[in-house]
Design a protein around this ligand. Structure first.
Ligand SMILES: [Zn+2]
Length: 174
């Protein structure tokens, strides 16, 4: 089911038509991942189902990718298998955000508005990537040998995106 993926989608229309999308996107298409990944080699495999149940239009998605992250212990590149699933409820107002059944993340959309498919996938990847990725083995002992002062950068996640704002609103409404 690896068709060519559209760059822009009308999620509400797709939900009406119960469409399915499957395909791949190169990791170098995601600008916001540039600072987070050690490099942008590889791709993301995507499966999305759009559907409507009662009045709620939703997207159920599954993405998998092999990502190269920087280990926050030894600062070396580590390979990390990202497998994540998600459920997005398509909402058109903050009222609807608060009424979403549990388990759904809100995705704010407008009628007939097209959104970039990559923006949805990018957001889910950002949510899935651990904030402090570390090797499973004790890599720091090796890294510290001959280098006593290993400082660990604490990076704060960007919060100036609509998804994060929605998350905050949703949490305060619970
Ligand atoms: Zn490490």
């Amino acid at each position: 089911m690896l068709d060519r993926l559209p760059r822009f989608i009308d999620p509400l229309l797709y939900a009406e038509r119960a469409r399915e999308l499957g395909g791949e996107i190169e990791l170098n298409q995601f600008e916001r991942l540039e600072d987070i990944l050690a490099n942008q080699n590889g791709k993301v495999i995507i499966e999305l189902s759009f559907y409507k149940e009662k009045k709620l239009a939703s997207i159920v998605g599954k993405i998998s990718a092999n990502l190269n992250l920087e280990c926050q212990n030894c600062l070396k590149v580590m390979s990390w298998d990202c497998q994540t699933t998600f459920m997005l409820g398509l909402v058109q107002s903050l009222d609807e955000v608060n009424r979403l059944p549990s388990g759904y993340e809100p995705l704010l959309v407008k009628n007939q508005e097209k959104i970039a498919l990559s923006a949805i996938i990018e957001e889910e990847l950002l949510l899935a990537i651990p904030e402090y990725p570390k090797h499973g083995h004790n890599c720091l002992d090796i890294a510290q040998y001959g280098d006593k002062d290993v400082s660990i950068d604490i990076e704060t996640k960007q919060s100036d995106n609509p998804f994060a704002i929605l998350e905050t609103l949703k949490k305060s409404g619970d």
